[in-house]
Ligand binder design. Structure first.
Ligand SMILES: Cc1cc2nc3c(=O)[nH]c(=O)nc-3n(C[C@H](O)[C@H](O)[C@H](O)COP(=O)(O)OP(=O)(O)OC[C@H]3O[C@@H](n4cnc5c(N)ncnc54)[C@H](O)[C@@H]3O)c2cc1C
Length: 495
């Protein structure tokens, strides 16, 4: 018999909702904590920059039992995703499980000596403690702003300049007539540069450090979901855990794989005009594909062409008066600087002694299946297995985690198995696939199928693949199909 536990879910974004549903469904007592006034995480309206839209097509960015509405566009806008998440919470009556405006200040082993954790919670100014048998950490990779500054910034601000983090750009009216400099080359940087140009900025400069491969929504006229998300494609990247025999077999089609990726690169260079903008990356695309691979903001290269946005490869050296001095020697006049330099990955509320067990000196996380660590019992991560279809990844790992917590995985891993797997994955990231080290190694893309196969196998799913082998090899992960696979796992209920 599985004993009913009291579970804390920290975070009310995509992953917190998935975790709350998975644990509640199995009969546990769930209390969710969200520090903001609303659900949604990165999609919460006051945190979204104008015109934000998904990178994933809508049928790749949804829960297994809840498709996005038919009238949504292929790549829904931020407010539509936010409304979708609310409709999911409503469908599964998840609001009753959450306390909003509740910030977790710290997380330590239970003070009463029982297994589990004591959370210190700030509920709208009222600080108190509560004990839990298990904690699902769902605070994502975008919760602590990466704030950087450069020499001269204070004087720049004193003389009327503005410096903001990308997530604080919520009002396009602020760009009207302004000289804008965006620091960064990620999707949020290009989104904001294009948006500022569209909203009357006098001049927009995008200062970025490295050339990276960018994928347009349509590659050679074909929606990228039909090209990049296939099991057949995924097998061409250097995956983890290959036996010596599998390595030999994988070597046979290498010339074809090489030709395939060179073909894709040529197509991207031609379609986007990368050579003209001196934006051809040095790294082969198959080595770079990971969660940080940006999708091209619509209108980006057109804005370069029209002069509405000027790209400069370099970074900031310092501010001087109303100018930003770049490492290239360029001086750019600025009224507003947008720092699109991302987020600090971390779990600041977890006591340092536990973080030391979890995070290696080079920032890599020690997690089994991107969720649990044998030195940190009674806790696990949901959504730290980010991907190109993070809602599905979060739901898959939430379902895995509840079974892990209940000792109900068909293959419940021993400490030794987890440790061996963690070491193998660290070694693979460091030696064979450096791109997989992004976000502390917490990214399952582009290995969606392999990751899901492992989770389903652990859970004892009777079905793991679609009946049609061609569909299984040559089409993207289907959320409804994964719903069926999850339903084929052994079921139980905590009492
Ligand atoms: C602009 C943008 C576009 C994106 N587009 C895509 C896409 O197309 N496809 C895709 O797969 N992914 C995309 N992502 C990645 C995205 O982060 C994930 O898809 C997903 O939304 C992450 O959800 P989450 O719940 O794990 O984390 P978050 O959405 O970050 O939610 C974490 C929640 O935890 C709360 N929290 C943090 N600390 C505490 C605390 N101490 N106490 C209480 N609550 C706390 C936060 O307030 C937040 O609500 C995008 C991200 C951004 C920023």
């Amino acid at each position: 018999m599985v004993k009913r536990k009291t579970i804390a879910v920290i975070g009310g974004g995509v992953s917190g909702l998935a975790a709350a549903k998975a644990f509640d469904e199995k009969g546990h007592r769930v209390i969710g904590f969200e520090r903001s006034h609303d659900f949604g995480g990165v999609w919460e309206l006051s945190r979204s920059y104008p015109d934000v839209q998904t990178q994933s097509p809508k049928d790749l960015y949804c829960y297994t039992d809840h498709p996005m509405p038919e009238d949504y566009p292929e790549w829904p806008k931020g407010p539509q995703v936010h409304a979708y998440l609310h409709s999911y919470a409503q469908k599964h009556k998840l609001s009753r499980l959450f306390r909003l405006n509740s910030n977790i200040l710290s997380m330590d082993r239970r003070h009463d000596g029982k297994p589990g954790w004591t959370l210190t919670i700030d509920e709208a100014g009222h600080v108190r403690q509560e004990d839990f048998d298990f904690v699902a950490i769902c605070t994502g990779q975008f919760s602590e702003k990466n704030i950087i500054s450069h020499p001269g910034q204070e004087d720049f601000i004193a003389q009327g300049g503005q410096v903001i983090h990308s997530s604080d750009y919520t009002d396009p009216a602020m760009m009207q007539g302004k000289r804008v400099v965006v620091l960064g080359g990620s999707k949020s940087a290009t989104d904001i540069a294009v948006n500022a140009a569209k909203n009357g900025a006098k001049q927009v400069t995008m200062v970025y450090r490295e050339n990276v491969w960018r994928v347009p929504y349509f590659v050679g006229g074909i929606n990228f979901k039909h090209l990049l998300y296939m099991r057949a494609q995924e097998q061409q990247f250097n995956q983890w855990g290959k036996s010596p025999f599998q390595r030999v077999i994988a070597g046979i089609p290498k010339p074809l794989v090489w030709a395939n990726f060179r073909g894709l690169e040529t197509l991207l260079k031609l379609q986007l005009g990368l050579k003209k903008w001196n934006m051809v990356p040095d790294t082969p695309i198959e080595k770079e594909a990971s969660c940080s691979l940006p999708i091209v903001t619509p209108g980006l290269f057109e804005s370069f062409k029209s002069g509405a946005v000027t790209p400069i490869r370099g970074t900031f050296e310092r501010y001087e008066g109303d100018e930003v001095l770049l490492t290239t020697g360029d001086r750019v006049k600025a009224d507003i600087v947008v720092l699109a330099v991302g987020w600090k990955l971390g779990i600041p509320y977890l006591a340092q002694q536990f973080r030391d067990k979890l995070i290696e000196a080079d920032g890599q996380y020690r997690t089994f299946r991107l969720s649990v660590n044998p030195d940190l019992p009674e806790m696990g991560f949901v959504g730290f297995n980010s991907s190109f279809c993070t809602i599905l990844s979060a739901e898959m790992i939430a379902n895995w985690l509840v079974r892990y917590a209940d000792g109900q995985l068909a293959q419940q891993p021993s400490r030794a198995q987890m440790e061996a797997n963690i070491e193998m994955m660290l070694d693979w990231r460091r030696r064979e696939r450096p791109a997989a080290q992004v976000y502390g190694g917490l990214c399952s893309a582009p290995f969606h199928f392999k990751h899901f196969d492992e989770l389903l196998s652990d859970m004892g799913a009777r079905r793991r693949k679609r009946a049609n082998p061609l569909a299984e090899q040559f089409s993207y992960p289907s959320a409804p199909a994964y719903g069926e696979f999850l339903a084929s796992t052994p079921q139980y209920h905590a009492e």
